[in-house]
Ligand binder design. Structure first.
Ligand code: SAM
Length: 629
């Protein structure tokens, strides 16, 4: 596919420099996600001689081969891989018939993804989201801001910090570039940053979205300072009490609703001191007769006692998200947060009658977010804006949910996860990868592919395809199946109908080789997990007061450990954690607190539910009935 070169400042330069006459873009899917022409902003300063000018974002790749330029975008740093989404849970509120299915919402429900956001975004349709808010991990040093502590989060932290600030920016740029493709032409992207990297991120975002400047240019619109007083205070520097929020629009037309966010200030503006922390100041109230807030927002950060607080340091206040969502979107619009953490963005979006997409690579974050949405819907009774939502896994798949799939769906899923194309022409050939036919065994993890399956598949590929190669994918192979495949292969050089079969166990490295070999960081992107085994003991301490002990629970996954436990002490058909019991950490060690105390409000029969996540992405909810005395 060949494109006009003129609109690309960077290409104009490269074309001349590299003496090429063709430019090729390698992926027509993302055709309209371009970086803007930066010519006016980046002019070669002749009087300084040939200084290097970096007008392309860090990590952006332009390859030249045989007088042809190939734009590989960020794919050198992060090669593309496609894997299927696994719906592990649908939370139904009984109103799903109202909502149409679209390419972004194929199930008609809002979507909460567990997985790496770059790869997930690459599988979502262009021009489909109205507003993206992100609060990515700050650039603050190795493991420093690991929040939830499961393996996927920790692994990604070590990837991000490789190469210091440039490495962090390349990691972020690849994601920002995808976001630009996903937002609609009137859409916005809002990035929440702190002092560590906000200025570097702005430079990169200017390159990806445009420098903005005037109303006719796409790109940068506002740098908003979120200031607050809460939290600790050092003595030798001015306390760092602001974050920087960068707002970009995709084009020169954008949604901005001033009216719903008009405010009026109340109070003296004086400080209110509580212990060592300054917790308050001038307060504002929404007032339609007030003014549109300035580009500095005095919104209190969450103090340790705030009711909405879940218990991890980077949780953003609802009031902040309310202002962002009201200002940059309309009712019914689609709001996305690809670094969702504890779910502030979708919770507020849900409450403000917007549809939403959310994503996190931590299974704990996904569990906390799901809980938060259920609570918003139950507390407000707000059934508008698609109350149903689905939890979808990308890359880390739950075995029991796979086992429940009907045979055809299971086979399609496995073929896709193996990087193949499903087929439905012959009962024994379920797909193909690079023209090699694939057979998939049955869904039950205890099943085995037998000698008979091997013989039938070999016959089918020889007869139907006149091929000598095939791949069998299954949980297990019986010893005689392996032997049969060896006999078939040994006929090579003796007979023309020899068949060489690869027998690949789904849990072996061979199955995910197509992902692992693309990039060293991808080695754990594709795996199958079991839910943990949950064991709960309880003991009465005094009237209505009980101790619950889940410390005997075990992860059934390799290198697995229990990473978090959530409790619902009054379970009624739907798991919603009891306030203060969704993310409990031991104050000294920071490790998950597996033994908890609870004071029931009265005696009688109660149903308790306990949801346990391990550090490999496994999750299980256990329910038990108890007579409180
Ligand atoms: C700063 S927190 C977001 C907090 C959130 N704004 C809130 O109010 O709760 C950043 C989140 O990004 C997630 N994250 C980091 N890298 C990611 C990736 N590549 N894909 C998906 N999520 C990622 C982390 O697991 C963490 O939960």
């Amino acid at each position: 596919m060949f494109y006009e070169v003129k609109q690309w400042g960077i290409l104009e330069m490269s074309k001349e420099k590299l003496k090429v006459d063709k430019i090729r873009f390698i992926d027509p899917d993302v055709e309209e996600a371009k970086i803007p022409d930066q010519k006016e902003f980046y002019q070669l300063p002749a009087r300084f001689g040939a200084i290097p000018l970096d007008e392309a974002p860090l990590g952006w790749e332009v390859e030249t081969r045989r007088r042809e330029i190939k734009i590989t975008k960020f794919e050198h740093a992060y090669p593309k891989i496609r894997l299927p989404f696994q719906e592990v849970h649908r939370e139904e509120f009984g109103h799903n018939d109202k909502f149409e299915k679209t390419p972004l919402f194929p199930n008609g429900a809002n979507r909460l993804f567990f997985g790496d956001n770059l790869h997930i975004m690459r599988q979502l349709p262009s021009n489909s989201i109205d507003l993206i808010y992100i609060d990515p991990p700050f650039f603050s040093g190795r493991n420093y801001n690991v929040i939830f502590g499961d393996n996927n989060e920790i692994r990604s932290f070590s990837d991000i910090w490789q190469g210091g600030m440039p490495g962090y920016l390349i990691w972020l740029n690849a994601r920002l570039f995808e976001m630009k493709r996903l937002v609609k032409s009137t859409g916005s992207i809002v990035a929440h940053c702190d002092w560590h990297a906000s200025h570097y991120i702005k430079v990169e975002m200017d390159k990806i979205f445009g420098y903005g400047g005037d109303a006719n240019s796409p790109g940068f619109r506002n740098e908003i300072i979120h200031c607050y007083r809460q939290g600790g205070r050092g003595k030798n520097i001015f306390p760092r009490k602001h974050d920087t929020i960068l707002w970009y629009s995709k084009t020169n037309k954008w949604v901005f609703n001033g009216d719903p966010i008009r405010i009026e200030y109340h109070g003296t503006g004086g400080y209110i001191s509580k212990g060592r922390n300054i917790v308050g100041g001038k307060e504002y109230k929404i007032n339609p007769k007030g003014k549109i807030p300035e580009d500095w927002w005095d919104i209190p950060a969450l103090n340790p006692e705030a009711k909405e607080r879940i218990g991890y340091p980077t949780q953003k206040p609802r009031a902040l998200l309310e202002r962002i969502i009201l200002a940059f979107s309309n009712e019914g619009d689609v709001i996305a947060d690809f670094f969702v953490g504890g779910g502030t963005t979708p919770a507020v979006a849900q409450q403000l009658d917007r549809r939403w997409i959310a994503c996190d690579q931590s299974r704990i974050a996904v569990a906390i977010t799901a809980d938060r949405i259920r609570k918003v819907i139950e507390d407000t009774g707000n059934l508008f804006a698609v109350p149903d939502f689905v939890i979808e896994h990308w890359g880390i798949y739950e075995i029991p949910e796979l086992e429940k799939l009907p045979p055809k769906q299971f086979r399609e899923f496995i073929v896709k996860a193996y990087g193949g194309r499903p087929e439905n022409i012959h009962p024994k050939i379920h797909g193909a990868r690079r023209n090699v036919p694939i057979y998939v065994g049955s869904a039950s993890q205890r099943s085995q592919i037998t000698k008979k399956d091997v013989a039938e598949f070999a016959q089918a590929i020889w007869k139907e395809r006149h091929s000598n190669f095939g791949t069998m994918l299954g949980w297990n192979f019986s010893p005689d199946a392996r032997k049969a495949s060896q006999i078939l292969a040994a006929r090579e050089n003796k007979r023309i109908d020899f068949v060489r079969l690869s027998l690949v166990r789904l849990e072996d490295d061979e199955f995910n080789e197509h992902v692992r070999t693309k990039h060293p960081d991808y080695k754990e992107l594709l795996s199958f997990v079991q839910p943990p085994e949950v064991r709960i003991y309880y003991e009465r301490k005094e009237s209505c007061k009980y101790v619950f002990d889940a410390s005997e629970s075990v992860s059934l996954n390799k290198d697995g450990e229990i990473a978090n436990i959530q409790w619902d002490f009054d379970f009624k058909n739907r798991f919603t954690t009891t306030a203060g019991y969704s993310f409990l950490r031991d104050k000294e060690t920071g490790k998950p607190q597996l033994i908890v105390e609870y004071q029931f409000p009265k005696t009688g029969k109660f149903t308790i539910a306990c949801s346990v996540q391990d550090n490999q992405g496994g999750e299980k909810t256990e329910i038990l009935a108890i007579e409180v005395e």
